[in-house]
Design a protein around this ligand. Structure first.
Ligand SMILES: [Zn+2]
Length: 265
């Protein structure tokens, strides 16, 4: 069989085995070849690696709190076939990120900058949205190539899983594309609002991050004044919130509650 047809047959088989998955609000779907079990295995490896290289914050109250806020967003999100894990890392770096499979990390350096729980919910919802939309999985699929994908989908090949984890680790710190970020901003604002948070928290958070990050290339989620997309992301987020009006009544910022938690950091 000619190679072209062989790979085409494999792709069709992969599609039959896996296929469409929900990847956003409003019934949005995408072609996903890497199943959730494999994705979670990759996430577990990455979680272990992150825990080995960083200091987890030794404060049970904070770990419970981040999980409580996280689960509120999970409850309204469009992907519930995996468990989500929320961890605070003790580091002054201003950062947060998600691995494939639902392991999410928030640095104390970022948490100290927040004024209220709605700002925290905005960052949490943004990261959950990357997992719902399977942005890392899509990049991994594109990077792996057909033969490795085939081994991952059909075989219990530990080498294939190890290569996937290595590629995944590299990609997770490489940053997302502009359209990925726009999508995560969009879904995140919808999710936080559905969970009862005032979406203005997303705007104040974005603006604050943009203003404090001038000249820092390693800044969280590329939000910096020196990055050309930042103003566009803020403008798009404001337009989305305007389009959602009238907003449900009783949306919260939870400023007092957050200040008590922040004082522990
Ligand atoms: Zn992002």
């Amino acid at each position: 069989m000619k190679a072209k047809y062989y790979y085409f047959s494999i792709l069709i088989l992969i599609l039959l085995v896996t296929g469409c998955a929900t990847t956003g609000p409003g019934g949005k779907t995408s072609l996903i070849f890497i199943g959730s079990d494999t994705e979670v295995s990759i996430g577990q490896e990455m979680d272990a690696s992150v825990r080995k290289d960083n200091k987890v914050l030794q404060d049970e109250a904070w770990q419970n709190y981040i999980n409580e806020v996280g689960q509120k967003i999970v409850a309204v999100c469009d992907r519930k076939d995996i468990e989500y894990h929320f961890t605070v890392i003790d580091s002054n770096i201003v950062n947060a990120f998600a691995t494939p499979g639902g392991y999410l990390f928030f640095y104390t350096g970022l948490l100290k900058e927040m004024e209220n729980e709605a700002e925290l919910a905005a960052v949490v919802a943004h990261e959950i949205s990357h997992v719902v939309a399977r942005h890392s999985v899509k990049r991994l699929q594109a990077a792996m190539g057909v033969s490795l994908l085939e081994q991952l989908v059909f075989g219990q090949n530990q080498d294939a899983l190890k290569v996937a984890v290595d590629i995944g680790l590299g990609l997770s710190f490489a940053g997302y594309s502009r359209s990925n970020e726009n999508e995560a901003d969009n879904f995140g604002i919808q999710y936080m609002t559905e969970a009862g948070y005032n979406p203005e928290g997303a705007i104040t958070m974005f603006e604050k991050l943009a203003n404090m990050s001038q000249g820092d290339p390693n800044f969280f989620e590329k939000l910096s004044m020196s990055h050309p997309d930042t103003q566009d992301r803020i403008a798009k987020s404001k337009a989305l919130i305007a389009s959602m009006k009238p907003l449900p009544e009783g949306l919260q910022l939870h400023s007092q509650k957050y200040k008590i938690m922040r004082s522990r950091l």
